[in-house]
Design a binder for this molecule. Structure first.
Ligand SMILES: *[C@@H]1O[C@H](CO)[C@@H](O)[C@H](O)[C@H]1NC(C)=O
Ligand SMILES: *[C@@H]1O[C@H](CO)[C@@H](O)[C@H](O)[C@H]1NC(C)=O
Ligand SMILES: *[C@@H]1O[C@H](CO)[C@@H](O)[C@H](O)[C@H]1NC(C)=O
Ligand SMILES: *[C@@H]1O[C@H](CO)[C@@H](O)[C@H](O)[C@H]1NC(C)=O
Ligand SMILES: *[C@@H]1O[C@H](CO)[C@@H](O)[C@H](O)[C@H]1NC(C)=O
Length: 477
């Protein structure tokens, strides 16, 4: 369990979205007809058990590496009205190894939630496709329906390959959907996508400077509860535990004095302090939302130990009587039933090559064997700020896995000038959180939200997206 401070094996949900905008004219593609057919082949007629909807959906595979046979799976949910006048948003989860279909689409910002028992889908009122076209991407290969024909890829994928393959995905996806070419692009995400989002943004900027004529019009990125910098994340995390009275003064000081927060692998002494904190002091809490009811472990030990503990997935309460409003703790479980249904996979154009293992919300194999993880993403922030991208960083303030203190310590290192001083922002006349606008970056907290902000605070999360896309500070009232 003492993996929190161990960044490569950090399994945290991560969301990422990229936004693209569409140009109606497409002078550059010589195979327009061909592309159009390709796009139509990806159209989802209806997902089993879905309610009637007035928006279009597409899904399928984009080959990102011919030699190895790697293909990434995506699911596009367009806005109901005039999708071509709205930005396009791609959402990714992190982990590393987690699926944006499982989390982003099915629990957070997607249009559908999965019914109990995975019998069908119901609508999410605060779906982000109300205001943007949302593209969920399962990346890297090995996550969800995304696959590789070279099985050794599952043992040496890391940040580097994820960024490269994701760039190839974006380029090739644009070719398949020429109506989305030449439009503004936004990328954002959550948790370990704190790596993916800025890394992909950097990759796109590099691609643009090499390719000249056909740039991807990247405009901005947004990340939430984002893994950012090993040292400041770890320091901020134990500080959060202490300041939220989850651990003793003694353990806090021992952690601070014993652990080298810069290191990926730590001393046994440090590891055992982490174990002590988590096993002896935390108690049975949901680390991803410290005030949520905890998971009922007695129910299904194997599932919990293989997925939640090893992989550091959100600990979800399993009893239905203590649900938080609008929050069904078992939704991951429904996802694993629903997305493994043959009729669902058919409707999605997914798993067309008979992938030799089941669809899971997270890939333990990828996570365990994660090859490379950048120590700090702050240098990329500097690069992206210089490039003039719009950058928003948000944080659900009851998450103890990538807590708000971690993010604040990390961002402070950028030493940005304040443009709009700290103020409470409002959603439906309530304080949604607090925000400060810096030169080059906007920071916002989401009050009472756990690690998956849109799961716990869907209305506030939609407000974040709307303000972000408009490029306006969050509402002051
Ligand atoms: C969905 O649409 C179909 C066909 O238009 C219609 O028969 C059906 O009643 C609708 N269902 C709901 C729940 O609106
Ligand atoms: C992977 O292998 C299958 C079976 O040979 C093939 O149909 C598929 O096109 C390959 N995928 C990629 C991305 O090359
Ligand atoms: C956990 O679930 C089991 C079986 O579903 C139930 O009997 C038990 O009361 C639950 N425990 C708690 C603490 O809710
Ligand atoms: C793909 O389909 C095969 C059956 O054709 C199934 O055994 C496997 O679990 C599926 N894998 C995924 C990732 O959906
Ligand atoms: C694995 O990580 C090493 C060291 O960071 C890097 O040089 C190598 O390219 C990575 N391998 C892959 C397949 O990305």
């Amino acid at each position: 369990m003492a993996k929190l401070h161990n960044s490569p094996s950090f399994l945290i949900l991560t969301l990422l979205f990229l936004a693209f905008q569409v140009s109606k004219s497409d002078k550059t593609t010589p195979h327009k007809h061909h592309h159009h057919l390709e796009e139509e082949a990806d159209r989802i007629i209806a997902l089993p058990g879905q309610p009637n909807v007035s928006f279009n959906q597409f899904s399928g595979y984009v080959t990102v590496n011919q030699m190895a046979g790697r293909a990434l799976f995506y699911w596009l949910t367009e806005t109901p009205n005039h999708p071509l006048s709205k930005p396009l948003v791609i959402w990714l989860n992190g982990g590393p190894g987690c699926s944006s279909v499982a989390y982003g689409a099915s629990e957070e910002v997607g249009p559908f939630r999965i019914n109990k028992g995975a019998t069908g889908l119901h609508l999410n009122k605060f779906s982000w496709n109300n205001v943007a076209n949302i593209l969920f991407l399962e990346t890297p290969a090995g996550v969800g329906f995304s696959y590789t024909n070279r099985s050794s890829d599952l043992l040496d994928t890391g940040d580097r390959r994820t960024a490269e393959d994701s760039l190839h995905f974006v380029i090739r996806w644009m070719e398949r959907f020429p109506r989305y070419k030449h439009r503004d692009v936004y990328i954002a995400g959550e948790s370990y996508a704190g790596h993916y989002v800025p890394q992909l943004a950097r990759q796109i900027l590099r691609h643009n400077s090499n390719s000249g004529s056909n740039p991807i019009k990247l405009k901005g990125i947004m990340v939430g509860n984002a893994v950012t910098d090993n040292y400041y994340d770890n320091l901020g995390t134990v500080t959060y535990w202490w300041s939220h009275a989850m651990i003793s003064d003694k353990t806090y000081h021992q952690l601070i004095n014993t652990c080298d927060f810069r290191r990926q692998k730590n001393s046994n002494e440090c590891e055992s302090l982490y174990s002590y904190a988590m096993d002896q002091e935390f108690g049975n809490i949901d680390q991803y939302n410290i005030y949520a009811p905890p998971c009922n472990n007695s129910d299904d030990g194997s599932y919990l130990s293989s997925t939640r503990q090893t992989m550091r997935l959100p600990h979800r309460p399993r009893q239905t009587t203590r649900q938080m409003s609008g929050y069904d703790p078992c939704t991951e479980r429904y996802a694993e039933v629903y997305y493994n249904r043959e009729d669902v996979q058919k409707a999605f154009h997914a798993n067309t090559t008979r992938i030799p293992y089941k669809w899971t919300a997270c890939s333990e194999t990828l996570n365990r064997n994660w090859n490379d993880s950048e120590v700090s993403i702050l240098p990329i922030y500097r690069e992206l700020i210089t490039a003039g991208l719009r950058i928003w960083v948000f944080s659900g303030d009851v998450d103890s896995v990538v807590p708000v203190t971690a993010t604040r310590y990390a961002l402070a290192q950028l030493k940005l000038k304040t443009k709009v001083p700290w103020y409470p922002w409002y959603v439906k006349k309530q304080v949604g959180g607090w925000t400060e606008v810096y030169e080059g970056l906007t920071f916002a907290t989401v009050r009472g939200a756990g690690h998956e902000v849109p799961l716990f605070k869907p209305r506030a999360a939609l407000q974040l997206l709307m303000s972000f896309l408009k490029g306006q500070p969050l509402p002051k009232a």
